[in-house]
Design a binder for this molecule. Sequence first.
Ligand code: AMP
Length: 297
Amino acid sequence: MAMAARSAGAAARPTLPVMRTVADLRRTVAAWRAAGQTVGLVPTMGALHAGHLALVRRAQADCDRTIVTLFVNPTQFGAGEDFAAYPRDEAEDRAKLATVGADLLYAPGVTEIYPDGFATTVTVASLTDGLCGPVRPGHFSGVATVVTKLLLQSLPDAAYFGEKDYQQLLVIRRLARDLDIPVRIEGVPTVRDADGLALSSRNRYLSAGERAAAVALPTILRQVAERLTDPTRAVADETARARDALLQAGFTRIDYVEVCDAETLEPLAHVTRPARILAAAWLGSTRLIDNMPVGRA
Ligand code: AMP
């Protein structure tokens, strides 16, 4: 009977423990620490795809135990953004994580993270002056605050973030250094679909036509990145051409296409040092971001 029950569809899937409170999380991590085990943390907002799972695999390769967090953080969404509509399917996410063998899903409720009277915000200056910073006011403070909390709640050896959100990765590196949080912040290369589109939980918003047009974003960024390996070429000319090409390909609005220093995100006029091309553009009501290294990055 037990065997029959185990082989019956979903019941046969390995399950993964879920915790909802800081107290439970800390107890579990303390037991792992007492056993001499190292801990990796992978913060996510769920709607997991192969990009998230690459972070989990990397954490598992580096650490004895891997915690994945699932929290759709209200403070990083602006008014009119997609907080309410953001895809949520914890059961599906849990099943995916069980198949890659994560050790724990930490999925706190909003009041566990932001209890009544919550009044503290972490703000990282300078790195957030450009790119997504001005277009999404308050976004990076929301991210920095929640990531600081998740790091302090779990105190992992390392935490893993995707290069897909390159500005976010640098912001988190900065806050960990500035606040002396004893954690390694590791960046993981962007996982892409076969045609080059970066995987994103938001890709599911795209219609078939928009999905076909979306591939122009990585294609054009790659072409410009290649051209800019020649330091005599002006970044402004190349990014202007990229914006035109994106609009031609069906993008409806462009927030930015910029080439920046790979560490400071200072805008560059010519690529004479390690650099990154970064873009954010809209297809109808869906905003896509992408970035890649330029030249000697
Ligand atoms: P999110 O759930 O969108 O907040 O993303 C959680 C983490 O997964 C962040 O560190 C993202 O940068 C990372 N991530 C999202 N998409 C990708 C991707 N296509 N490749 C690698 N990492 C990704």
